[in-house]
Design a protein around this ligand. Structure first.
Ligand SMILES: *Cc1c(COP(=O)(O)O)cnc(C)c1O
Length: 396
């Protein structure tokens, strides 16, 4: 037997975390890392947040799981809070981002099909998007590396270039159900949709009775300095998928929708065994307690500004390595002159700094949202030392 017990679908590195302390991870061999990856935008409260731990502990002792055959005071409370602070009127809870996107796709299709428009099933999606690894969500992405070996794809997705309105308009037809888009592409390399692009998508959706579906799985839950990134564009989607930061490390996602958009999602049309269970709801409520307030959101903006300003200054010293800085709040990308993976590995292995690579030669900087000045200082010390000692030709 040569296959590993863990199905070998990830190229795992040799950091083996066994403990988390605030914004740091400690590995099996005792090494300590500054975690500016945060489980890929998940651990927004860091790794040992007392409020989150306490809420999960209390709920685990009280009631961990019941089926969705019963009423859910815990779910009603978290759904009501999300409704109160967003565009949405109603919420479906999931256990992951891909499931949240799946629910969003079904909601958009059902919007048309429950009204007798069976032909309107196509979502226009975008090149280099990432929506998850289920069959529907890989079908929604143009990235062929995720398709290999998994054919046939699910029909009903047409790809346009991100931020290209002419391409979008050319694809709108009698089969179009809506648009599925990340307002800020995460895996794609922290690429922000332009203001005009988002505004016109909203106008086109209104004009053609299409669903505007935002995938905010990575950009959501205070990451960009507002609770969701759509707020910064001054428009509202009809449907939104959220996850990652929502449970702060506990698996939790949600599909948010307006009453109108959810008109097809009636009793019996969708479901999930675990989705919205009391333990997940306790985690989500604890995360919202910490981040869903003006003061916290402002702190994310302030820290994001500080990091960005520092990064702008930093890259000026290494014009051969870095091209530009982009992003919003604490969802930042450092675009490099070449593939970022070797530099990410160098920072990790030689300087104890964790970041994540992304598309478009971009290194992603996604720290816990609770970082303070001390962590920002430590980040720049490690990053500068890393850039100083980096020899691209010596890296694998
Ligand atoms: C991570 C991510 C997903 C998938 O989330 P999973 O929890 O891994 O299923 C979907 N969309 C975006 C934008 C993401 O960043």
């Amino acid at each position: 037997m040569s296959i590993s017990p863990l199905m070998p679908v990830y190229p795992r590195c040799d950091v083996r975390p066994v403990r988390g302390e605030g914004c740091h991870l400690i590995s099996e061999d005792g090494r300590r890392f500054l975690d500016f990856a945060a489980g890929i935008a998940v651990n927004i409260l860091g790794h040992s947040h007392p409020g989150l731990i306490g809420a999960i502990q209390r709920q685990a002792e009280t009631l961990m799981h019941v089926s969705n055959l019963y009423g859910s005071p815990q779910g009603e409370s978290l759904a009501q809070r999300l409704v109160d602070i967003t565009f949405a009127d109603t919420v479906f809870f999931t256990n992951s981002g891909a499931e949240a996107v799946e629910a969003a796709i079904k909601t958009a299709r059902a919007y048309h099909q429950c009204a007798g428009n069976a032909e309107r099933f196509e979502l226009i999606t975008f090149n280099n998007a990432f929506h998850g690894r289920t069959l529907a969500t890989i079908s929604a992405s143009s990235q062929e590396k995720m398709h290999h070996g998994f054919m046939p794809l699910l029909p009903g997705f047409r790809y346009a270039d991100f931020d290209d309105l002419d391409a979008v308009k050319a694809l709108i037809g009698p089969n179009t159900a809506g648009f599925l888009v990340e307002p800020i592409q995460g895996e794609g390399g922290i690429r922000i949709a332009s203001q005009a692009f988002v505004e016109v998508l909203r106008e086109l959706a209104d004009e053609h009775d299409l669903m505007l579906v935002f995938d905010e799985v990575q950009s959501g839950v205070a990451r960009t300095g507002t609770f969701y990134a759509y707020e910064q564009f001054g428009i509202k989607p009809d449907i939104l998928a959220t996850a990652k930061g929502l449970g702060g490390g506990f698996p939790l996602g949600a599909c948010l929708a307006t009453e109108k958009a959810a008109r097809g999602m009636t009793a019996g049309t969708h479901g999930s065994t675990y989705g919205g269970n009391p333990l997940a709801m306790a985690a989500g409520n604890a995360v919202l307690d910490a981040v869903a307030n003006a003061e916290f959101l402002q702190s994310v903006c302030d820290k994001g500004e500080r990091l960005r300003a520092g990064l702008e200054q930093f890259i000026g010293n290494y014009p051969d390595l870095f091209e530009l800085v982009r992003g919003r709040g604490l969802m930042l990308g450092l675009k490099m002159k070449s593939e970022p993976r070797p530099f990410v590995a160098h920072l990790r292995d030689n300087h104890g700094l964790l970041t994540v690579s992304g598309g478009d030669n971009t290194m992603r900087i996604l720290p816990p949202l609770v970082i303070g000045d001390a962590e920002i200082d430590e980040f720049f010390e490690k990053l500068s030392a890393g850039a100083e000692s980096y020899r691209p030709e010596e890296q694998a």
